[in-house]
Design a protein around this ligand. Structure first.
Ligand code: PGA
Length: 278
């Protein structure tokens, strides 16, 4: 009986989504820079100057995630240079506080005016971050009012064996189990094989997974899922961002390498709304 109800609900949600085709421009579009372990204060200053000079008007679509050591000065710089660029961290700890040498808590990020935090990046998963830890980190972020950017994605072996959707769905279900505040969630689909390799997913490959993610989200969060941005990440560059951003379920990007060069990053940001205007 329960299964029957579940399948009817799934069908109704699918139909509504298909018919309504929740317009892409009703969702927030954004580009997040993941600087990883790069940049110095001097370089960050130059980057911000170039970015703001090039297109201050677009910066409400932009979030920068510098290394921890740059969060404080970046916050000060952003207060001076831009009212709209968001600030995010690349990680946080699962605990509220305590004896965790070298770790940073959600409250510490909040104190530095961070609004976003990346959770479950594949480079952290490779260093031992489990689905359970990702889940705890999302809870810590939400408790304090941070927007978690939740990364999911399959390895090349998992893709070749045809498990992409299973892997991504599993990561999402584990991450969001029991969560009921969906308004702050941002999802980033980042195929592991595309990160830092120069080999981006094709627009169709990415769109297929984004569509599957949207369906899974609709099962987890109901209609709240329609407004949830799903970003693509993995070798996004100025020359592939335009075509990727035209896809129906791609709402922006999480950018590593190309976010270190202001001009490239600005070009990627600039591709965002073009597809929708036409
Ligand atoms: P990349 O990294 O753009 O250098 O592939 C993306 C990411 O790791 O978020």
């Amino acid at each position: 009986m329960e299964k029957q109800v579940e399948s009817i609900v799934r069908q109704v949600v699918e139909d509504v989504l298909r018919k309504k085709g929740f317009a892409k421009n009703e969702r927030r579009q954004l580009v997040i820079a993941n600087w990883k372990m790069n940049m110095t204060l001097e370089k960050a200053e130059v980057f911000l100057e170039q970015l703001c000079d090039n297109g201050e008007n677009r910066t409400n679509d932009v979030v920068i995630c510098p290394p921890y050591t740059l969060l404080y000065p970046m916050n000060k710089l952003l207060q001076k240079r831009s009212k709209t660029i968001g600030l995010g961290a690349q990680n946080l700890h699962t605990a509220h506080e305590g004896a965790h040498t070298g770790e940073i808590s959600a409250a510490m990020l909040k104190e530095l005016d961070c609004q976003y935090v990346i959770v479950g990046h594949s480079e952290r998963r490779a260093a031992g971050e489990t689905d359970g830890m990702v889940h705890e980190k999302i809870k810590r972020a939400l408790e304090i009012g941070l927007n978690p950017v939740i990364c999911v994605g399959e390895t090349i072996e998992q893709r070749e064996q045809g498990f992409t959707n299973e892997v991504v769905n599993h990561q999402l279900l584990q991450a969001l189990e029991g969560i009921n505040d969906f308004s702050k969630l941002i999802i980033a689909y980042e195929p592991v094989w595309a990160i830092g390799t120069g080999r981006s997913a094709s627009p169709d490959e990415a769109q297929t997974v984004h569509e599957a993610i949207r369906l899974t989200l609709s099962e987890i969060c109901g209609t709240d899922s329609e407004a949830m941005p799903i970003l693509y990440g993995g070798s996004v560059k100025p020359d592939n961002a335009g075509i990727l951003s035209n896809m129906k379920d791609i709402d922006g990007f999480l950018v590593g390498g190309a976010s270190l060069v202001a001009n490239d990053f600005q070009k990627i940001v600039g591709t965002l709304r073009k597809g929708m205007d036409s």
